[in-house]
Write a protein of this length. Structure first.
Length: 147
């Protein structure tokens, strides 16, 4: 029984070193889903927005996306270069595939497919939140939504 204890202690230490990054990445994904739900609510409350407010409203999505990339890079002990950092910040739609392909090789295509699924779920959350907000506002007599 004494021979088994160091092995268990090593397994626990290894599991603890992996878990924080996975938990951080899951929290970022949950924050992306929660924020997209909030955006669905905002779309009904403030339907006519202009370009400057679109930038401000979209900034948290960019920050969460880039923070996921840097958390993933820390998990993989990968140093994100200056060019990749700039691409992630300025052109996330271009920088993310480049980052994923550099860190995962051909496995990056699987992660890109999962990312597209996440974007689809985020859009679904946004649409459902908008419909629920419009329905509840109309039922309460506070909103007169136009579909």
């Amino acid at each position: 029984m004494n021979d088994r204890q160091p092995e268990i202690a090593g397994d626990v230490a290894e599991a603890k070193s992996v878990t924080p990054y996975a938990v951080k990445k899951q929290r970022i994904i949950l924050m992306l889903l929660a924020y997209s739900t909030f955006l669905g609510f905002l779309e009904v409350i403030f339907p006519d927005t202009d370009a400057p407010t679109d930038f401000v409203v979209g900034l948290p999505l960019l920050i969460l996306g880039v923070s996921w990339c840097f958390t993933d890079a820390a998990e993989r002990n990968f140093r994100v270069g200056r060019v990749t950092s700039l691409l992630l910040i300025l052109f996330l739609a271009l920088g993310l595939p480049i980052y994923l392909l550099r860190t995962r090789g051909f496995g990056g295509f699987k992660t890109l497919a999962l990312t597209l699924c996440l974007i689809g779920v985020m859009l679904a959350c946004m649409v459902v939140a908008a419909f629920v907000t419009a329905y509840a506002g109309h039922a309460a007599g506070l909103l007169n939504p136009v579909f």
